[in-house]
Ligand binder design. Structure first.
Ligand code: KG4
Ligand code: ZN
Length: 380
């Protein structure tokens, strides 16, 4: 089989990304334009600003990916794009641009689910390392700013299919990191700074009760799933942090930090940490410990229930150092191989989209001119 070069385009949230991947197994180039500075003052992604920034960045980022790959628009074999899930306006920028490119170049267009992309980030890097033999059944935890999902991933011929066996009932884990960082005036995004600050705090200083999930969502339709579900919930811990701040008189210190950091403009994480007292460092370390324990505990319980042979952890929160070390240690105790993407491939990127498109290329699973973005696209 000759080499297939797929140009991937990703614009589902706050990163505009393009990449060229060869045959689903080698990253030729991967360019990411992050909008973090745009959203930083608001402590979260502002959808209108995100769409505007995607519009500005999409053409230069695609050119950059092609230049770095030493390719032209004409010398790629297909255009792959994230169809959903994500922010509607943001997705639309990528989808419209990819459709126009595919039409103008007369190349096949491939629609990719963003979550499937996160799963293929791990597969891509394993293939790049020469590991072509993963054991099934395979389970993936996709844990990011918008998602906390457990999927069983199966290979059917050239293609893949997925079964959701757990999801968050409210906030995603990354969302909890971002909201707690905002609450404590640590900046945006919250994950990376909490990851660093937690290293100098006591993870057992504050006890958070485990998330209780007793009922199915009121919005859930249809009969209860026949197979057990492993759902998550992270809005309770965010509220518990807020309570702790209120009952321990921390607000004045938080306001001072907010002012001091604002005066610095773009503070480094070391500067942010130097403006944190012991109580704050202990609080974030305990918060992170509680989230990590919950993610690891539930995911490993699911791997036992489904007799899983291989575990993938992917998505922005997979960059968390404590999550990585805890999974590695506890999965090793159970003799379960666990794989993570490298940090650049954990957060949103387009190499994972181009990689997920390759099996669809082989199966000739192409999108038509009627392709549209789908903000709540499920993964199946
Ligand atoms: O996958 P991603 O780039 O975008 C989504 O699809 O959501 O994930 C971004 C999320 C943010 O919530 C960010 O705070 C979190 O990933 N994140 C982390 C770390 N790095 C990024 N969370 C915990 N620890 C980290 N080191
Ligand atoms: Zn993502």
């Amino acid at each position: 089989m000759s080499d297939v070069f797929i140009l991937g385009i990703e614009s589902s949230c706050d990163e505009t990304a393009a990449a060229v991947v060869r045959s689903g197994e080698q990253i030729i180039s991967s360019a990411v334009f992050s909008q973090i500075p745009t959203h930083q003052p608001y402590g979260g992604v502002v959808p209108e600003l995100a769409s505007r920034e995607h519009l500005r960045a999409i053409v230069p980022i695609v050119r950059e990916a092609l230049d770095h790959a030493g390719r032209t628009y004409d010398s790629v074999d297909a255009i792959a794009v994230t169809k959903g899930p994500g922010l509607a306006g943001s997705l639309l920028v990528g989808v419209s641009y990819a459709k126009a490119l595919a039409f103008a170049l007369d190349k096949p267009l491939i629609a990719v689910n963003h979550l499937e992309g996160h799963i293929h980030a791990v597969l891509l890097e394993e293939r790049q390392r020469g590991n072509h033999h993963l054991q099934f059944p395979l389970m993936t935890l996709v844990v990011s700013g918008g998602h906390t999902h457990l999927y069983l991933a199966r290979k059917n011929g050239e293609g893949w299919s997925y079964e959701n066996i757990g999801h968050t009932r409210d906030d995603a884990a990354g969302e909890a990191f971002d909201k707690v960082a905002k609450l404590l005036a640590l900046g945006y995004p919250g994950g990376p700074i909490i990851d660093k600050a937690a290293k100098v705090g006591d993870p057992y200083a504050v006890k958070f009760p485990p998330a209780q999930i007793k009922h199915r969502n009121r919005g859930d339709k249809g009969p209860a799933p026949e197979r057990p579900h492993f759902d998550f919930s992270y809005s309770g811990i965010k509220t518990a942090v807020l309570r702790y701040v209120e009952t321990h008189g921390m607000q004045a210190g938080i306001d001072q930090r907010r002012q001091a950091l604002a005066a610095l403009g773009k503070p480094t994480s070391e500067q942010v940490i130097s403006h944190c007292d012991r109580q704050t460092l202990d609080l974030v370390a305990s918060f992170q410990r509680a989230i990590v324990d919950d993610l690891v505990g539930k995911t490993l319980a699911a791997t036992r229930e489904y007799d899983i042979a291989t575990l993938f952890i992917s998505g922005g929160v997979a960059a968390n150092s404590e999550l990585r070390s805890t999974f590695q240690q506890r999965a090793a105790q159970e003799g379960l191989p666990v794989y993570f993407p490298s940090r650049p491939l954990s957060t949103d990127n387009a190499a994972m989209i181009a990689a997920a498109a390759y099996p669809k290329w082989l199966a000739k699973d192409f999108a038509g001119a009627d392709l549209s973005a789908e903000a709540s696209l499920p993964l199946r």
